[in-house]
Design a protein around this ligand. Structure first.
Ligand code: ATP
Length: 361
């Protein structure tokens, strides 16, 4: 297992001279720690696969370096990088048995037979493949075949990292949940560095210790699921993570006060000097705004609809032209078409040109 450092890494499929904004991966410097469970999360086209392929060596970067445990491996081929990869669709040999498929990456590297047998048994047990070890892979379902692909990725203990590119796409939803939990347990048992690409926030948040969020070719935040929820570093993270996502509305901010549509909202931190000319917005998650009966002192909103999600209800409201989601407190009955909004100041964040501004205590 290795620590992976990306140093000023960037890539353009149009070549190094392409306009900086057109790069599929804009310059990024970051560290993936040894033994970490990472998810690379973002919408289609944001550059996840490009970054994964740069790490594995399938794509050579236009700029920058990749280090494994401090050594520059940028010019090395995929084989020399010692990376295991699991793709969206099963990559297995139909003519071999399940056991032979699992053993293949080890046999290929001349691992002694006793060691291969022990490792294959361990991985088969972890993935519930033991009853199928002697069966030909060809007769298995798509789910089982993808489990074998996962097993082939996990079977080597000497790899620098295992990269998963949306590996559960073909898996049935119920089994998807089980396999995700299993992968997390495997990560704990096997002490592997894992990077898991997905556009599904539930998949990312349940699998990873650290979620790396990408938007438009940039890594916009890397943090624990709680950090991404509590303190989105970019408005995109606020909006993309959470269901419904964070409310983001234009505001004027001075000192410890934000004004939304001219109405004052208290902030828990002070904002002295915001960058001049920047687009200033406040962001607050629906979980931290309650609707209440209209009252002077409360920001007034027009109720559009109520979404009952079982354990919690959210009101979809409008503040002027801006759409906004707020929590409906338990037992609260909706007063009519208009409501007041109560903000929790400690969860109201300020953004300048989409980037979080820290403020002073
Ligand atoms: P998806 O989830 O749809 O796979 P992604 O987040 O993995 O998306 P990438 O596949 O890395 O995104 O694509 C990032 C950008 O690079 C996109 O604009 C895409 O069109 C472009 N791109 C990807 N591969 C190539 C290629 N081989 N040649 C040219 N452009 C490419």
């Amino acid at each position: 297992m290795a620590r992976i450092d990306l140093v000023d890494l960037a890539h353009s499929y149009g070549g190094n001279d392409a306009a900086p904004e057109s790069f599929a991966l804009k310059p990024v410097t970051m560290t993936w720690r040894q033994g970490g469970a990472y998810a690379l999360l973002g919408p289609s086209g944001c550059g996840k696969t490009t970054l994964l392929n740069l790490i594995s060596g399938i794509v050579t970067p236009s700029r920058g370096k990749i280090l494994f445990d401090g050594a520059d491996i940028t010019p090395l081929s995929t084989q020399k990088r010692n990376i295991a990869q699991v793709f969206q669709f099963p990559v297995i040999y139909d003519t071999m048995t399940v056991g032979q498929n699992l053993a293949f990456p080890l046999r290929n590297r001349g691992v002694p037979k006793a060691e291969i047998d022990a490792r294959v048994r361990q991985i088969a047990d972890l993935l519930d493949l033991t009853p199928h070890l002697d069966r030909k892979a060809t007769r298995l379902t798509a789910d089982a075949k993808q489990k074998i692909s996962l097993g082939r990725g996990l079977v080597r203990s000497d790899v620098a990292a295992i990269l998963f590119d949306e590996p559960l796409t073909v898996i049935d939803p119920e089994l998807k949940w089980q396999l995700r939990s299993k992968l997390k347990a495997l990560h704990r048992d096997l002490d592997l560095t894992m990077i898991y690409v997905t556009h599904d926030q539930t998949e990312a948040l349940t699998f990873a210790d650290t979620v790396v969020v990408m938007h438009d070719g940039r890594v916009v935040q890397s943090g624990t699921p709680a950090e991404l929820f509590d303190k989105p570093a970019h408005t995109f993270v606020g909006y993309f993570i959470g269901s419904p996502g964070m409310n983001i509305v234009p505001a004027e901010v001075r000192g410890r006060e934000a004004r939304i549509s001219g109405h004052p909202i208290a902030l828990s931190r002070s904002y002295a000097a915001l960058p001049s000319g920047a687009k200033i917005e406040v962001g607050v998650r629906p979980e931290f705004v309650d609707i209440a009966a209209p009252a002077s002192g409360l920001l007034s909103a027009t109720i559009e609809r109520i979404d009952d999600l079982g354990r919690v209800r959210f009101a979809r409201v409008r503040i002027g032209d801006a759409k906004f989601n707020a929590r409906v407190p338990p037992g609260f009955s909706i007063p009519g078409e208009t409501a007041g909004l109560i903000f929790d100041p400690s969860h109201v964040h300020v953004y300048a040109d989409s980037l979080l501004v820290e403020g002073m205590a």
